[in-house]
Design a binder for this molecule. Structure first.
Ligand SMILES: [Zn+2]
Length: 110
């Protein structure tokens, strides 16, 4: 019970940061802004997955993702079904992947 309310608080803080930021933010950016240094990137992507659902359910906002891309060949991961950072480029096998970036925007802006 306690853990759940803690999670909710973290999500609310992430939502606020994603809403207020002018630029799309990577998971690393969000961790740095909120000082959540003990939160693993995998957990942050899990939070983002739930945040995407909850803002969509409320109706007037949407979580948008700038897809990750390969820094070596420019390949863009446009076919992701959930927020994550791929480990390897399917085209050139490079592991130099630019992480996805996120922002919450009003539906009027879509
Ligand atoms: Zn590549």
């Amino acid at each position: 019970m306690k853990l759940m309310s803690l999670n909710e608080t973290v999500r609310e803080r992430i939502i606020k940061v994603l809403r207020d930021s002018l630029e799309p933010l990577t998971v690393e950016d969000i961790v740095a802004i909120l000082g959540l240094t003990d939160l693993k990137p995998r957990d942050m992507y899990e939070h983002l997955k739930h945040i995407a659902k909850s803002v969509r359910a409320k109706g007037h906002e949407v979580l948008v993702m700038i897809p990750p891309s390969c820094r070596s060949c420019g390949f863009t991961f446009t076919n992701l079904d959930k927020p994550k950072k791929p480990s390897k480029c399917p085209k050139c096998k490079s592991e130099r992947i630019a992480p996805p970036a996120f922002k919450i925007i009003s539906r009027d802006q879509v």
